[in-house]
Write a protein that binds this ligand. Structure first.
Ligand SMILES: Cc1ncc(COP(=O)(O)O)c(C=O)c1O
Length: 476
């Protein structure tokens, strides 16, 4: 028996209060903000509590006014709320067009302030140091540019990555690591290794739109499983799906700093997730793109750490943490290593060696850890400043996540706002945002916006936030 998730416990708590008459029909239900304060829960948890209560008919949302108690004929018993329903189990179509359309519109506009990026500002990366290491590598290897690099990547980098993984309690032997063109190629390879077109793959909802594009391009069916900023993927919903009639061939999860939620899964959930997938022979693909940006001094555990049956494929990247221009990522595919190696060879051959040599020379030094520590501190401050700016300028009722690391904030606007409309208006003013609508194939997130905090806070950024706030006011 495991403990129900927090939102479910809270929903039961309020259901009890309604049943006992502490909260009466027609009364106003506590606001999202109050719930976040009083129960110390995240925005998503508070929102999910309201949705649960709405679903069982005891809460009604009144536009611009809040949630009110209503008395259905038959109140569900405590603990008897139905498990959260998985969303959109249909064949997945159309996300490509939606995302491509948003990206194309951004490319055509003249952007003065970009809140859509998940990267840090270039000046926060150790570019001069990497350039010096590149020059040194070229001097030491005069024939470097004249020969093709090894298919799986350079051993110097693979060795360093294997050693660093040990501190995150994952054993990824260097000879079973393949260096890739970012996490994008790693995820593509993982999916191609374990699925066939038409198979079903589950993802967190909301999720990184690039992943939705990859899945569509591989002709895979997608199941979106609800996730919260508080604890990541909903294991009850997942379990229910795994027991259902439709076979789920693979599940892709970002356990540490999910994009866009910023969630971190508790260790107990990580362990349970790995166990569940192994039990149902669903391949678990771990995306650890942001793991090194978590605020804590000790690295958080990876899903791979809990993997006893070699059922987890680990994917990661240096593009957010070190050098987006180098496009370096990697995959450790365990028992699928040989297949991934073959696919990498047929798809693109080995990645170029110069970047790998420069990066591994830097990562070997203590300066790398010092650099990461400093970067995390800077990002913490930038997130706080951006959050304060949003609170200053966005309409009342706006809620923002407080992730424990990384570059992203997930902002929930009052329900009547449209992030796609804000995206359009923003572009006209030279401001780019990521509309929530592209993080899912459902329409559940159109009143959300993802805001990147990778750049140092400045008067220009402050002004852009004020403009977005004004545009939202104009929406009514
Ligand atoms: C969760 C997640 N996975 C994968 C990627 C792609 O990473 P890369 O740039 O290394 O290809 C991103 C990029 O934003 C991401 O947010």
């Amino acid at each position: 028996m495991h403990t129900p998730p927090l939102y479910r416990q809270l929903a039961d708590h309020y259901l009890d209060a309604i049943r006992s008459g502490t909260l009466k029909t027609g009364e106003r239900f506590p606001s999202i903000r109050l719930m976040m304060e009083k129960h110390a829960v995240s925005l998503s948890t508070a929102v999910q509590v309201c949705r649960e209560l709405e679903d069982c008919g005891v809460l009604e949302a009144r536009p611009r006014s809040g949630n009110y108690i209503r008395q259905p004929d038959d109140l569900p018993k405590p603990g008897a709320l139905p498990p959260p329903a998985p969303v959109d189990t249909d064949v997945y179509v159309g996300i490509h067009e939606k995302v491509s359309w948003v990206l194309r519109a951004s490319q055509r506009a003249t952007i003065k302030v970009n809140f859509a990026s998940a990267y840090c500002a270039p000046e926060l990366y150790p570019l001069k140091t990497l350039q010096d290491h590149m020059i040194k590598a070229l001097r030491q290897n005069q024939h470097l540019l004249g020969a093709q690099g090894p298919n799986c990547g350079h051993s110097a980098l693979r060795n360093i990555l294997a050693r660093r993984a040990l501190t995150a309690k994952a054993n990824l032997p260097a000879e079973r690591i393949v260096i890739t063109n970012g996490a994008t190629e790693a995820l593509n390879l993982a999916l191609r290794a374990v699925t066939r077109p038409g198979d079903t793959v589950a993802v967190e909802s909301p999720t990184f739109y690039g992943l939705l594009q990859i899945l569509e391009s591989l002709n895979l069916r997608v199941l979106e499983i609800p996730a919260t900023a508080h604890a990541g993927i909903n294991l009850l919903a997942l379990e229910q799906l795994l027991q259902g009639a439709e076979r789920i061939q693979a599940l892709i999860v970002t356990p540490n700093l999910q994009n866009p939620l910023g969630s971190i899964m508790p260790d107990a959930n990580k362990s349970r997730l790995v166990q569940l997938c192994a039990q149902h022979t669903t391949v678990l693909i771990e995306d650890d793109t942001y793991g090194d940006l978590v605020d804590t001094e000790q690295p958080l555990s990876t899903l791979k750490h809990w993997d006893r049956t070699d059922n987890v494929i680990y994917c990661a990247s240096l593009n957010k943490t070190l050098a987006p221009g180098m496009r370096l990522g990697w995959i450790s595919a365990g028992k699928w290593h040989e297949r991934v190696e073959m696919l990498k060879h047929t798809q693109s051959r080995g990645c170029e060696a110069l970047s790998q040599l420069a990066v591994s020379a830097f990562m070997k030094t203590p300066s790398y850890e010092r650099y990461l520590r400093r970067l995390r501190k800077i990002l913490t401050q930038q997130r706080q400043q951006m959050s304060a700016g949003i609170a200053r300028y966005f309409p009342p009722g706006t809620c923002v996540t407080t992730p424990q690391g990384g570059t992203l904030l997930w902002v929930e606007l009052p329900r009547h706002h449209s992030s796609l409309a804000l995206f359009h208006e923003g572009l006209k003013a030279g401001i780019q945002i990521s509309p929530g609508d592209i993080f899912s194939n459902t329409r559940r997130f159109d009143h959300f916006v993802r805001i990147g905090c990778g750049a140092p806070y400045s008067p220009k950024i402050d002004e852009a936030l004020a403009t977005l706030g004004q545009l939202l006011k104009n929406q009514g």
